[in-house]
Design a protein around this ligand. Structure first.
Ligand code: SAH
Length: 258
């Protein structure tokens, strides 16, 4: 039943960015039932004794914010763990590595000069923190999963922890990603990875005072070949990573694994 450092959950939401990441978990869900709501599929049940709700975020900040709100308001989630893939931005953040988010920022939000660039109006800040204990438990789960040598194809995968930038754009160009990094640095933000949903979910969780943690496996370097690397990677390994890490977090052996 979950890592000893965590309180018991009334219902832990496991939010996946990709359908592939969720498939294996649904297979092992006990007392499984599916609810369709707002065009989305929510899977309820228990995993290794922990009550859970599983769903796919959908791509982009608005879709992800709607999904997160529904998880909390309609399905009684009292914590959200988000898994997905991202483009590597930080130096040394390579394909196959995993980033556990410390906090999130919306890299495409700009209400300047009325507010400082990236600041979310009404919040007085641009960065939304993840829950320290839940993130620590997730990082431990990632470490344990990586120690099992998850993917020989990608060499020695590393765990990184830090800022992740989200925006409604698949960053797919060396020049674009360098430019993005430069703009963020100019405002004092050092982002490790870029994706399209995390900051939205972090903000929803902040509004509800709900613990939130997120991990992203690096699928590409947000450069000119990002779209090719992304597709290959997702099929090959990302889904297996996410599944392994979730079982580690739940503190039970992964079913069917030798
Ligand atoms: N072909 C996919 C679309 C993927 S969009 C499909 O059919 O579903 C990319 C997804 O991966 C988003 O959820 C985003 O969060 C993440 N991602 C991976 N690499 C990214 C990058 N370089 N820039 C932005 N998002 C990225």
């Amino acid at each position: 039943m979950t890592s000893p450092s965590l309180p018991p959950f009334r219902r832990l939401a496991i939010l996946s960015a990709l359908v592939d990441e969720q498939r294996g978990l649904i297979e092992h869900l006990q007392q499984r039932h599916k609810v369709e709501h707002a065009g989305r599929h929510f899977w309820l049940g228990t995993l290794g004794g922990t009550p859970v709700v599983l769903t796919v975020s959908r791509i982009g900040k608005v879709s992800a914010a709607i999904t997160a709100t529904l998880l909390i308001e309609r399905f009684g989630a009292d914590a959200i763990v988000f898994t997905g893939v991202a483009g590597g931005l930080g130096d040394g953040v390579k394909v196959g590595d995993v980033v556990v988010a410390q906090d999130f920022l919306q890299h495409d939000l700009d209400v300047s000069p009325l507010f400082p660039r990236y600041e979310v109006p009404a919040y007085g800040r641009s960065r939304f923190e993840c829950h320290p204990t839940l993130s620590q438990a997730l990082a431990e789960a990632v470490k344990a999963a990586l120690a099992q040598g998850l993917s020989p194809d990608f060499g020695q995968a590393q765990l990184h922890r830090g800022l992740i930038a989200s925006g409604d754009r698949f960053v797919c160009g060396a020049e674009e990603s360098a430019h993005l990094q430069t703009r963020l640095r100019a405002a004092g933000h050092e982002a490790l990875a870029v994706e399209m949903e995390g900051a939205a979910v972090a903000q929803v969780c902040a509004d509800h005072g709900l613990p939130f943690a997120a991990m992203r496996t690096i699928s590409d370097r947000a450069d000119d070949t990002a779209h090719l690397d992304f597709a290959k990677f997702v099929q090959a390994v990302a889904s297996r990573y996410a599944e392994r890490i979730v079982w580690q977090l739940l503190g039970v052996p992964q079913p069917g694994l030798a």
